[in-house]
Ligand binder design. Structure first.
Ligand SMILES: *Cc1c(COP(=O)(O)O)cnc(C)c1O
Length: 401
């Protein structure tokens, strides 16, 4: 037996254990000081009532021989795929139910999708980035090229025509930067992908945080921010879209997401939609019926109204953090259509120096930007997934600088 040597090329992920260790040490030496955690990338609001009652009903169905469900369709129950298509139609995007695959979350699909692509493809990944994109490609030994986010491009890099890539990752609204591409910028990426015969893996895990004026926007105006890449002409020929109920409906522990692969994405004579269906029917046995009923309820009018209440709560936290930073004259991205705020460390400190400074002087915990890639050095991520009172207290402490 020989191991997959590519695993040895992964760098250890010390980020969150290192944060936890420093917070522990601080609390031990400052037992009377309260620590406010603005570092979490997990939601704090519980599942909404519409989801709970749908899942309770489904539990009872599972206990009755007449309504019991065994194996379901690997790509997900039709009732949920139809609900997802209904959600897209409100965004002005028409999808066929067969273009939607129900998953146990975006992370697994983002990793597993790579099985469809040859290992000799070149992968283009923005930096800083959600670490899953980089690590899953290192595991399969692919060549990764980075495209840099920075202050000049507002952490929204655009393609370099001289770089040829086959697989492109985009995440908007972005984790960690909170930055969101507008229509015009995303169109540049779609055109680049089409010219290069590349595919875009579009991570839309935070799409619901984009505030739309109305529910029925077909994004045409260039500065509008699309909540689906399919609102951009040509995207159905080159983009996969990965969505998740984790951040949108508090499903981080319940596990459900959906991936869209349009049938119009064909390379050679092969439809990538058929390849993924073949993969799923071989390696996946679907998401629990009970969870899929809960997910269906997210897309009901009642469920949508309830989750939008929670999203508005997180967004108000983000707005408060952004307002405070503006007052302190700190450069940042995000905080508007995203639960994340990405700020430039005060006094040109490094990410970890700033982490220690924020903890020691203010008792505030955030996430050092350097943990998301080399271009994150000197920056810092704050998250709005917390309690309102804690966010207020943290901002009051910062204003006392
Ligand atoms: C949280 C998150 C996801 C969602 O992952 P799940 O597996 O669905 O919980 C996907 N992408 C990004 C960038 C995230 O931050």
């Amino acid at each position: 037996m020989n191991i997959n040597q590519n695993y040895l090329n992964l760098s250890d992920s010390y980020l969150f254990s290192r944060i936890a260790k420093r917070v522990r040490e601080y609390s031990e030496s400052n037992p009377n000081k309260s620590v406010i955690k603005l570092g979490i990338g997990d939601v704090t609001k519980p599942l909404v009532p519409a989801v709970i009652s749908a899942m309770q009903k489904a539990v009872l169905e599972m206990g009755n021989a007449a309504t019991f469900k065994g194996y379901g369709e690997e790509q997900g129950y039709l009732f949920l795929r139809e609900a997802v298509c209904g959600y897209y139609s409100k965004k002005g995007v028409t999808l066929d139910e067969n273009e939607v695959f129900i998953s146990d979350g975006a992370k697994s699909d983002l990793g597993n999708i790579l099985g469809l692509f040859s290992n000799d493809n070149t992968v283009l990944i923005p930096n800083p980035v959600y670490p899953v994109y980089v690590d899953t490609n290192i595991m399969s030994g692919r060549n990764v090229v980075y495209i840099n986010g920075n202050e000049e491009n507002g952490f929204l890099p655009l393609p370099d025509k001289n770089v040829k890539a086959d697989i492109i990752y985009l995440c908007s609204p972005n984790n960690p930067t909170g930055a969101v591409y507008n229509n015009e910028q995303l169109k540049v990426w779609v055109d680049y992908a089409l010219e290069n015969n590349a595919v875009i893996l579009y991570d839309a895990a935070y799409e619901i945080f984009i505030r739309q004026e109305t529910d029925n926007v077909t994004a045409q105006t260039s500065n509008l921010k699309p909540s689906s890449i399919y609102q951009i002409d040509g995207a159905k020929e080159c983009a996969f879209e990965f969505c998740s109920l984790s951040k949108t409906a508090g499903f981080t522990g319940t596990r459900c997401g959906y991936t869209v692969i349009p049938r119009a994405i064909v390379r050679g004579n092969t439809s990538l939609n058929s390849l993924w269906l073949r993969r799923q029917t071989t390696k996946f046995n679907g998401v629990p019926y009970i969870v899929q009923r809960g997910a269906e309820a997210v897309f009901s009018d009642e469920g949508m109204a309830q989750i939008k209440g929670d999203i508005a709560y997180y967004l108000e936290n983000a707005r408060m953090i952004a307002a405070c930073l503006r007052e302190l004259d700190v450069w940042f991205t995000g905080g508007e259509d995203s639960p994340y705020i990405w700020l430039k460390c005060f006094n040109n400190m490094s990410s970890w120096e700033f982490f220690d400074d924020l903890l020691n002087r203010f008792g505030i915990v955030g996430t050092p930007g350097a943990g998301f890639g080399a271009c994150g050095e000197g920056y810092f991520r704050l998250s709005a997934f917390g309690e309102r009172a804690n966010v207020s207290e943290a901002m009051a402490r910062l204003k006392k600088i």
